[in-house]
Design a protein around this ligand. Structure first.
Ligand SMILES: [Fe+2]
Length: 287
């Protein structure tokens, strides 16, 4: 066994190994090397200009989409990679924020991404502000056809929702969970309040308890310098990182749903139920 799991939710899905730009200037003799599911993966551009990947001498199915590299560890994908139509939508600006290493389970990372209750405490003066701590009720729905979960009609007062924001505003949120370790957040675009910016969170599970979390923006923002947009996201991620790394256990307990999320966490409850229904074990405590 090459990878350190038998969980089909990981092996038969598309997992990112980073932005496509990693392969610039690579060759078989000088590949890009990274770790996925505990195994070393090498990827490079071959002499026919094809993007290829191997692990322990075995070829892996590699797909490029949304500026990222996606590997199917078993080379038997259960379904095609999720759709991300906003990536190519006219009027949006795509900015890759690259990845940050976090010593936590990828499932914990995604759950944190869905959690609005921590905004005023962890992201004070950016995504929330005391004493406005209440998470208003919102709806959770399951898209059976795409096998995705949505949390919709979420709203939260934010002092500074993005780099381009100059005042506080009540921001509308929508969360979409496409895979156990991949989600997209849609939130009110400050320069165009009728539209929603998209933030993709693509998690590379390095091991069960360590990840690289990549962030891709598809924003309605023609003016903010790219470096400032990236640094804003890194500030937010940097605030989450120590909180995530101090969570115990590092894996998500799914056995008997032993950690009961609070009243506000409808998205978290739905996410955990979805993981349990799929039998996700990688990055989880299930027995
Ligand atoms: Fe956060």
């Amino acid at each position: 066994m090459i990878f350190d799991t038998s969980d089909p939710n990981m092996l038969d899905s598309w997992l990112t190994i980073g932005p496509q730009t990693r392969l610039k200037g690579t060759s078989q003799a000088n590949p890009y090397r990274t770790i996925l599911l505990g195994a070393e993966v090498s990827a490079w551009i071959d002499q026919g200009e094809n993007f290829v990947a191997q692990s322990n001498g075995k070829w892996l199915m590699l797909h490029t989409a949304y500026g990222y590299l996606w590997v199917c560890p078993s080379s038997k994908p259960a379904k095609p990679l999720f759709a991300f139509p906003e990536y190519a939508e006219a009027g949006r600006r795509v900015v890759d924020c690259d990845g940050i290493g976090v010593a936590v389970s990828g499932l914990r990372m995604i759950e944190n991404f869905l959690d609005m209750a921590h905004f005023p405490y962890v992201h004070a003066s950016y995504l929330g502000e005391l004493p406005q701590t209440e998470v208003a009720p919102y709806k959770v729905s399951v898209d059976d056809e795409a096998d995705e979960i949505w949390a919709i009609e979420c709203k939260f007062y934010q002092p500074r929702t993005s780099k381009s924001a100059t005042t506080g505003m009540e921001v509308q949120y929508r969360y979409r969970m496409m895979q156990p370790m991949t989600a997209i957040l849609y939130k009110t675009a400050f320069p165009r309040p009728g539209e929603m910016d998209a933030i993709g969170l693509f998690v590379q599970p390095v091991t069960q308890e360590s990840i690289i979390a990549y962030c891709l923006l598809a924003f309605f923002d023609d003016t903010t310098p790219q470096v400032d947009m990236i640094s804003f996201q890194h500030t937010i991620f940097g605030q989450d990182k120590p909180i995530l790394e101090n969570q115990r256990p590092k894996r998500m307990p799914l056995r008997g749903m032993s950690e009961i999320p609070t009243r506000c966490d409808a998205a978290s409850v739905a996410y955990r139920r979805w993981l349990v229904s799929k039998g996700v074990s990688y990055g989880a405590i299930v027995d």
